[in-house]
Ligand binder design. Structure first.
Ligand SMILES: Nc1ncnc2c1ncn2[C@@H]1O[C@H](COP(=O)(O)OP(=O)(O)O)[C@@H](O)[C@H]1O
Ligand SMILES: [Mg+2]
Length: 316
């Protein structure tokens, strides 16, 4: 299974997710290879403690080394194909040969996890084109979500299966959009919520993913749950009752947005009609009393994004 990790926006947490999901899957007994397909700004190797790596994806793509002879072994047993840190070698890379080499890896490993470039240009699109499934990493803030919408629309155009959204750097504050809102506006389920966690910053400094060195940290636990979602060993528990009252509140706000969407997200369609009183005195996560739901502004934004993507399409 070839899974590409994309986001549109840089800094959302693609590389962190690729490194942690890869190691977590390996720890579940799967054969995993992570590939840094972020050609121009590669840094997956740094997350995994690779310090000296003369052979990279770049050499493979230039046919200097066979792909299966170019893999490094992480202490977890996971295989790594890093990208080059050098600016020079990233020129003149033949993106089309990525597909052939990844197919070779796809036959050898249970999971090939591809870390991709930010943006929606050729480099990022290549990661989408070669993927069997897509994981979209985003953050609970509008700029990240609008970029996620763009990349999701492009992936859908390529008829790719979008496995879900990994919502990273969650602070659980009132100003953050609710998970249901993000699902409704993107039409993609949120399959993991990774908290903003200082352990992630420490682990990057240590060059060892949280699931390796900080197994009990909140972020590591969330990445382990994500890996179980990917293998199918974990099913999301039903939402506790306390959320159902909020559901109807959000639903009324979301109905406007859903007109823009071709298909309703499963979760927003099944929210119950519990009275709002039930939520009084309780403070469930990211419940905002002042306003639930995306505003007309955000809906309009999504319309604009879709228009721009259509223009881009007709210009090509
Ligand atoms: N869950 C998290 N908690 C705290 N900081 C995070 C988390 N995920 C990512 N970061 C921070 O964000 C930075 C960017 O993450 P990275 O995975 O490199 O993003 P991308 O690959 O999408 O550009 C990391 O270097 C780290 O400092
Ligand atoms: Mg990255």
């Amino acid at each position: 299974m070839i899974i590409s990790i994309v986001s549109g926006k840089g800094g959302a947490g693609k590389t962190t997710t690729a490194a942690n999901l890869g190691v977590a899957l390996q720890k579940l007994g799967k054969k995993v290879c992570v590939v840094d397909a972020n050609i121009t700004t590669s840094n997956l190797g740094l997350h995994l403690g690779l310090v000296h790596y003369p052979v990279t994806l770049h050499e493979v793509l230039k046919n200097r080394f066979p792909v299966l002879d170019s893999l490094y072994i992480h202490e977890s047993g996971m295989r790594v194909l890093p990208g080059s840190l050098s600016l020079e070698v990233s020129k003149n890379i033949r993106l089309d040969s990525i597909r052939r080499n990844l197919e070779i890896l796809g036959r050898k490993f249970d999971y090939v996890i591809i870390d991709s470039a930010p943006g929606i240009e050729k480099e990022a699109m290549t990661a989408i084109e070669v993927a069997e499934e897509i994981l979209v990493v985003t953050n609970p803030e509008l700029p990240a979500i609008t970029d996620a919408i763009k990349i999701i629309e492009l992936a859908k155009k390529e008829r790719k299966t979008i496995k879900g959204i990994v919502l990273n750097k969650v602070f659980d504050r009132r100003f953050e959009p609710l998970t249901e809102e993000i699902e409704s506006v993107t039409n993609v389920p949120v399959i993991a919520e990774i908290p903003f966690d200082m352990n992630v910053l420490e682990s990057i400094a240590d060059k060892s993913p949280v699931v390796s060195g900080r197994r009990n940290s909140p972020a590591a636990k969330a990445f382990f749950r994500l890996s179980e979602r990917i293998t199918g060993d974990y099913e999301e528990a039903a939402a506790p009752d306390i959320f159902s009252g909020i559901g109807s509140l959000i639903f009324s706000q979301l109905r406007k947005i859903s007109d823009y969407l071709s298909a309703k997200s499963a979760r927003s369609a099944v929210v119950s009609k519990e009275p709002e009183e039930k939520t009084k005195g309780k403070t469930p996560s990211r419940f905002r009393e002042e306003k639930g739901g995306f505003s007309d502004f955000e809906s309009e934004l999504k319309k604009q994004i879709l228009k721009k993507l259509r223009e881009r399409e007709s210009a090509e």
